[in-house]
Ligand binder design. Structure first.
Ligand code: NCD
Length: 366
């Protein structure tokens, strides 16, 4: 195994990706740049099959057996509701027992144990670590440390500081996939040429500078030539130049905008986000006027009938509750989609996704 002596986060992206993947399979899942079109398409198909299989008693029993010999550690030392619960549910779907650490004050870290040593300890008792951590590069550094130890186990990033949240991006793209290919038959059909996003306009709205879900989803959407991305935010909260450069390099049409009401009419999907004020030094972002970056009741009648409204949640005032029962609201679906696609991802990492595929084709493909 190639073990870098320098900080892995400072290496060129292709080398970082090579250190995290194992041949054509994802192993440590840390960066959205690890996902290409084939793997996104594959995981969406496996998620779709898993939810169909899981709907029957016999199917749920089958799914429950495939990872019952493994154990998961959910190391979530930053607040989380959906990501934590959906990973927990995904483990349960696959029959994999899990334990969690959510408060490091209850672990030996209070006795001075380093976080490095803590991760090594976890690797002795568990077969996979799923981690949410406030520091940007921590999960990647730990994944590379795990590469160097005898009992290497996969590490999945459930949110790393302001940087990335690749599994949220995966559930977001799976949700869009379900919106743009509404029939299950179409979603399961294998078609490497299919590009559901060509000709679609998708707007990201809100705190794009510090929203890690937006950054990761932009990387995934950059895999689809013909998609058009709009970044709708006040100047102070606009998306980072690294993402814009990535889109330019990949010839993805994109534009910065500063007014949601004037932009919404062009969009097939809108991805709302909240103010990420936990990253403020001194509450400075609270004085920013976000009224032109909110889905208000007044806008409801002006939206296209087929608009998909997404939000990773939690929300603040940027998404009025009047949308909650609107059929265009997909944010409730996002949560459930997250459970299925995370189950698909875990199955892929353990190389048992082929069992799900075989089971689907032998039991449900009529
Ligand atoms: C997001 C996160 O943690 O980055 N939430 C989530 O995982 N569903 C978005 C946010 O906190 O704003």
């Amino acid at each position: 195994m190639d073990i870098p002596s320098e900080d892995p986060t400072s290496l060129p992206t292709p080398r970082r990706v090579r250190l995290l993947n194992r041949e054509d399979r994802l192993y440590h899942v840390i960066l959205a740049q690890q996902f290409d079109r084939d793997i996104i398409d594959h995981l969406c198909r496996i998620a779709e099959m898993t939810r169909i299989i899981g709907d029957t008693r016999a199917g749920a029993r089958f799914l429950n057996s495939i990872l019952s010999h493994k154990r998961a550690m959910l190391y979530f030392i930053q607040p989380s509701t959906r990501t934590f619960l959906s990973f927990a549910a995904a483990c349960q779907i696959l029959g994999m027992p899990y334990n969690d650490v959510r408060d490091p004050s209850t672990s030996s870290e209070v006795k001075g144990e380093t976080e490095d040593d803590t991760v090594r300890v976890l690797s002795q008792y568990f077969d996979i670590i799923i981690m949410r951590h406030p520091s940007e590069g921590f999960a990647e550094t730990m994944a590379n440390k795990l590469n160097g130890i005898r009992r290497c186990i996969p590490l999945l990033n459930g949110g790393s500081g302001k940087d990335q949240h690749p599994t949220q991006a995966l559930l977001d793209i799976y949700t869009l996939y379900r919106c743009f290919a509404p029939s299950s038959v179409e979603r399961i059909r294998q078609d490497p040429e299919r590009n559901l996003f060509a000709g679609k306009t998708i707007a990201f709205v809100g705190d794009l500078k510090r929203g890690r879900t937006v950054r990761s989803l932009a990387y995934l959407l950059a895999r689809y030539p013909g998609v058009r991305l709009l970044f709708v935010a006040p100047d102070e909260l606009q998306i980072g130049d690294d993402i814009l450069e990535h889109l330019t390099r990949n010839e993805i049409e994109h534009e910065l905008k500063s007014d949601l009401p004037k932009t919404i009419g062009e969009c097939n999907a809108v991805y709302m986000t909240r103010l990420q004020d936990e990253h403020d030094k001194d509450g400075e972002s609270r004085s920013i006027d976000l009224s032109r970056f909110s889905l208000t009741p007044e806008l409801q009648d002006q939206l296209r009938p087929d608009l998909a409204i997404l939000h990773p949640l939690p929300r603040r005032a940027e998404l009025d509750t009047c949308y909650d029962s609107d059929p265009r609201a997909k944010y409730w679906d996002q949560m459930r989609n997250g459970m299925w696609v995370r189950a698909a991802l875990i199955a892929h990492v353990f190389n048992v996704d082929g069992q799900i595929l075989d089971h689907y084709y032998s039991h449900f493909n009529y």
